[in-house]
Design a binder for this molecule. Sequence first.
Ligand code: UD1
Ligand code: UDP
Length: 357
Amino acid sequence: MKIASIVGARPNFIKLAPLSKELRRRGFDEVIIHTGQHYNYEMDKIFFDDLGIPAPDYHMGIGSGSHGLQTGEMLKKSEEVLVAEKPDLVIVFGDTNSTLAGSLAAAKLHIKSAHVEAGLRSFDRSMPEEINRVIVDHCSDLLFCPTTTAVDNLRKEGIIKGVHLTGDVMVDAQRECESIARKRSHILDDLDLKPKGYYLATVHRASNTDEPNKLRGIAEALKSLGNVVFPCHPRTEKYLKEYRLWDDLVRKIRVIKPVGYLDMLLLEKNAAKIITDSGGVQKEAYLLGTACITLRGETEWVETVEDGWNMLVGPDTDKIVTMARCFVPGHKRHDAFGKGDASIKMADLIELIAASS
Ligand code: UD1
Ligand code: UDP
């Protein structure tokens, strides 16, 4: 069976790593197709290096653009590659524009497709990723759900066939890389950080970056806290500069380039608290036992809030500062995201399909 994995953005690469490894271990013929949505070294290649992902077989080089332009170009090029490669199964990951383009290209060519991280919902249709998830789930033949909440979300939309509770591949990635990170990463020494002695922040959601007042509210909070390490997404850097918030921020907190996955795991594990609007970072905070303050009004990862490890505060300056200082996390965490064997379960299901076709 030939498999085409389509990726393009930072969180896609992290989800690809453990599944690609497991599929290749079992002898599947996998081609990796990179749309080029993310392209800076620290948003792209560093993840292939850190996670040992094989170099892409195809690189579309699409880059940045408006949603329609970017997704349209990716759809066109994905179709060309899929026509040439004729895979039996296309795999897409998460909720990015690369995910949507890959999924649509497969559906229109009548190629079976699998969605890794199916069934997540924020119930906010103004969020570009929510549109992507809904469409991809409705186009997929195999839906690999990280949580029971995700399975329920799909059932409520009438999607039952092909739905499997596999757990979350990001647990697999994290388990595999934690000890490697401890050996290889020097980020704490490089930045002169003491364990639990700093806040870690990431911000990149369009709802926060594209609104000057919201980004200002967040920047003010980070400046008030002071002791913040902020690996800054290029989108956020662009808007911080445009809104003239950048110069003062870099004077008051540690704004650094986005870091690789191994450095990020260590920064997350050792932070006093994490302040973020990232989906993946909220979940990693929970898995690593670091309390999280989320710069959004809702989350797809409801289990992190229910267990008392994640507080939703939005972009409000006072709430961010108060919660960063005072929020006391819950006592218990459970296996809401699986036990780190999601890629094995996914590969088992793909093997079953291969055997029956
Ligand atoms: C995308 C995903 C989002 C994911 C995020 C991960 C969509 C709709 N959104 O958002 O779900 O959480 O990736 O990081 O797909 N840029 C660079 N260099 C790069 C990449 C981006 O400079 O390597 C800048 C460009 O100015 C670009 C902007 O960042 O216009 C946004 O990039 P884009 O890939 O469109 O969306 P993200 O905000 O990264
Ligand atoms: N990440 C990273 N370096 C950074 C910021 C994030 O390695 O500077 C990792 C993070 O550990 C997580 C993933 O990127 O595994 C989350 O991706 P992102 O926040 O870009 O997107 P989202 O999860 O919100 O879609």
